[in-house]
Every structure is written in C-alpha cells, then in structure tokens.
Design a protein around this ligand. Structure first.
Ligand code: GLU
Length: 467
C-alpha cells in the first residue's frame, strides 16, 4: 500500500505554527514510507477564505521546504463532485431534506437546554419531512441511530463514540453548497488518502466522517489526531503568546530548519535527542510515537536551535537566507564584500539572522551615526592621533590582508605604550558605529582598503567637529 497523507488548511489567515506542525508530521510520514503528500486548500467558506491567505500558506510551505507531490487542490473547484455524492447519499436513503426553520431549531435547542439535555437535532424530517413552499431545505446525513463508532487513532488509541450522541449533521446548506464534514470525506476518499493526520480539534468530527465513509461503502483511512500546542501559560497557543505565523519566524530571523527541528519535537521525541536533520527526521519519525498530551511552545529552545543551525550550517546556506534580511534593510549585498565571507565571520556571534543582518550592515553601507556611548568612550580627542597614525600605516600596506593589519595595530600600541584595545576600539567604532564586530583584522581585510580608510578619516573629522 502506498502511504498518502495530506495537509488541508482553510485559507482564512496565515500559516499557523500548529498547522505547520500538522503539515510537517504528514509530510514526514509520507516521505518515510516513500508515499505521497498532498496539499488541499479547504476554501468552501467563501466569506472567510481569501487569496492572500492561500498565498500565505503556499509561501509558508515553500519557506519550510515541505514540498507536496500533488495539489494544491481547491475544494471550490470540486463543487460538482460534492453535489454528485450528496445526490448519491439521497438516492440510497442515507440523506434527507430538512425543512425545519431556524426558529424551530432554536426552540428545540432551548427546550433541550432547559431539560439539561445535549442540544442536537431531533430527527423530525428524517421521519416525516414536510415540504414547505418557499423554504429551501438543507440536506442532512442519516447518522446510524444505534451502535457506536470507534475511531482507531494512531496517536490516542481507540476512542468510542455512541451513535446516539451524534445527530444528523447538515451536509448541504439551503443554497446547495456542501459543508465541511462532507467535503473532507469526499476528498479524502477521491484522493486515495490512507492517513488523516490533523489537529485533535477535529477529533469530534471523525466519528461523523467515519459514518459517511461507511455509507459510501469506502474504506476508512487511519486517523492520527495531534495534541494541541500550548503557550507558556498552559493556554492554547495563540497570538497572545507572540508570533504564531510561520512567516513571522522568518521575519524574526529564524532559519526554516530550526523551526522544523523545533516543531518536530513538539509532541514527538526520539530518546533525548534534540537536534534532527531533515533526513534523520524522515528516518526516525513515526506517528505512533507522537505524545498523547499537549506540548508547550518554548521560544528559548527555538532560539537555541536557531543559533545551533546558524553556527553549523554552511556559510553559503546562511548567506542565501541572510540576503533576504539584508534586503529588508535596503541593502544590496552586491554593494560590498561577498556575503558568504561576511557570514563566515558572523556565524559564531548571532542568534538570529535579523541580528546578523543588523551587525553586518557596515560592510555595505557607510556608517553615518555612532552609538553614543561607544563614541563618547572611543572617539575622543586622544584617539585622533591614533586613528591618523593608523590611516598612515594602513594606506602604506602593499597587501590588504589580516596579518599585516594586525601587526600594525600591535606596533601602534607598542609604540604608544598603550593596550591594543586602545588602538582597536576607535577603529572598530569608526567602521561599525559600535563596539562589536568580529576580530578587527579579518573584519578590515573584508571591508577593504577604501571603506576602512574612509571610515577612519570620517571619524577623525567627526571628533574634530565635536570640539
Ligand atoms: N480545513 C481544516 C482546518 O484547517 C482541516 C481539516 C482536516 O484536516 O480534516 O482546520
């Protein structure tokens, strides 16, 4: 049997990290078994679905590298097929028209509430539908009245639902459009899905869907309902807890592999291993190892993983992602040294790509402002001579390389009987605007003669102007 899984988001917002984890687990399961992963856009709610949201989902999937083998399929393109299945259910006596008005249903619900009963449709039209002139009926599925449905869940085990607890759900609205539980079953069936992996907020829909599968004479797929993701306060993860959209993690400077590694551990583990390459995830992941209980989102751990991947990935790979962040700062990496070389210098010292981009701007853009504290301490009248002396020394260098640059910083400090830091810091502030940079000699080598000397001369002018 070829394993076929799917991710079926409703395009009503951005790609949420919870959705991304569902997508990741479905993708991993398909990849592990050499199967197929399908993307289906559940856009039948015409009022809430938007094209921007579809784009946001596609963008998130692409950024994470969760490639789908088939799709995206859009449910709005499949209305004819849903109509066909609804007609089939009506014909075989598994569905019926219901003319009950909203007022009738409201009264029923109130009565049930007053009697402390669970609000549910009483099946009036199932037994004796009375056509009402001018009233467009809904269509309800005839849920079995007796017995039970067992959801054989790969994560939660067997869960039994009594049919007497499930009412006859609406499968078509008065305008004929199909509802969620119907479209999902038709699609899961037509798309040959073997495994339905989704959030456990859908667990209560599963017995209803299983009954529809059975009415259609179809084999029921394996279900796996993933436990919720919680925020650090134990409540369901939401905007209140900070970033929840996948793309906001890109914006905040995370690498996709860090987020994937983080998400795979939300509810799944393999011993106490924390770091997983994509290949390892694929080979080690199994749906039956997913925890039954909810897991909590921990931003510190995500940051730790991000730093790990920034340190250990190739500079080329990081540069590819960093280029986007440089663009956000209106910097074109073509206007300065090779970005890969900049990354190689910065890899050890950044937790996020936002931080790395901010700290690398000076390679591409003249410093126009100095950090106040850094300037007060390091760009003083006393440093004018040092900077001038260093300009002289460095202008005369036959080869612009880290080693001779280092020797000159050292010689200058020895000649003046001051520490090397007293020479290096004014230069550092002159070129970066601040007191932090990778080792100065290699930084200057990469920055190049012209930019280095110009920045040092500007700092001298700036100091003199302060007098
Ligand atoms: N479209 C549903 C959602 O976004 C998911 C349906 C399913 O996975 O069966 O919550």
């Amino acid at each position: 049997m070829t394993i076929r899984t799917r991710f079926a988001p409703s395009p009503t917002g951005y790609l949420h990290v919870g959705g991304a984890r569902t997508a990741l687990f479905s993708w991993l399961y398909a990849r592990k078994h050499g199967g197929q992963f399908i993307l289906r856009i559940e856009d039948t709610d015409l009022e809430r679905s938007t094209a921007e949201s579809v784009n946001a989902i596609l963008e998130g999937m692409t950024w994470l590298g969760l490639e789908y083998d088939e799709g995206p399929f859009y449910q709005t393109h499949r209305f004819d097929r849903y109509k066909e299945v609804i007609a089939q259910l009506l014909e075989q006596g598994d569905a019926y028209y219901c003319y009950c008005s909203k007022e009738e249903l409201d009264t029923l619900r109130e009565q049930q509430r007053a009697n402390k009963e669970k609000p549910r449709y009483n099946g009036k039209c199932r037994h004796a539908a009375q056509e009402k002139k001018g009233v467009a009926p809904v269509i309800r599925f005839k849920n079995p009245l007796e017995g039970s449905v067992i959801v054989q869940d790969a994560v939660k085990g067997n869960i039994e639902f009594q049919n007497s607890e499930l009412d006859d759900l609406i499968i078509a609205r008065p305008d004929g459009t199909p509802t969620y539980n119907l479209t999902v079953v038709v699609d899961d069936l037509d798309m040959g899905l073997t495994h339905v992996i989704r959030g456990d907020d859908h667990l209560n829909n599963s017995p209803r869907q299983i009954n529809i599968f059975k009415a259609l004479g179809a084999e029921v797929p394996v279900f796996a309902h993933l436990p919720m993701i919680l925020g650090d306060d134990g409540a369901r993860l939401s905007k209140r807890h900070g970033a929840v959209s996948v793309m906001s993690y890109r914006d905040e400077g995370y690498l996709p592999e860090a987020l994937l590694n983080y998400l795979v551990r939300l509810g799944w583990s393999h011993g106490d291993q924390e770091i997983f390459s994509i290949d390892e995830m694929i080979s080690l992941f199994d749906i039956i190892d997913v925890n039954k209980s909810a897991s909590a989102f921990n931003t510190d751990k995500l940051l730790w993983l991000n730093q790990h991947y920034i340190k250990t990935s190739t500079a080329e790979h990081i540069a590819h992602h960093l280029a986007w962040h440089m663009g956000q700062l209106s910097i074109d990496p073509a206007d300065g040294p090779d970005l890969v070389k900049v990354v190689a210098l910065q890899q050890e010292r950044a937790k996020t790509l936002v931080e790395m981009a901010a700290n690398s701007q000076f390679f591409y853009k003249e410093v126009t402002e100095y950090d106040e504290k850094a300037a007060r301490k390091n760009l003083t009248p006393a440093s004018v001579e040092i900077l001038e002396n260093m300009v002289q020394r460095l202008s005369a260098l036959p080869e612009w390389q880290a080693e001779p640059i280092h020797s000159h910083i050292k010689e200058c400090s020895v000649a003046r009987e001051i520490g090397m830091g007293k020479v290096a810091q004014p230069i550092r502030v002159a070129i970066t605007g601040n007191t932090m940079s990778p080792p100065l000699d290699v930084t200057l080598e990469l920055l190049g003669t012209e930019r280095t000397l110009a920045a040092m001369k500007s700092a001298v002018t700036w100091i003199n102007d302060q007098k």
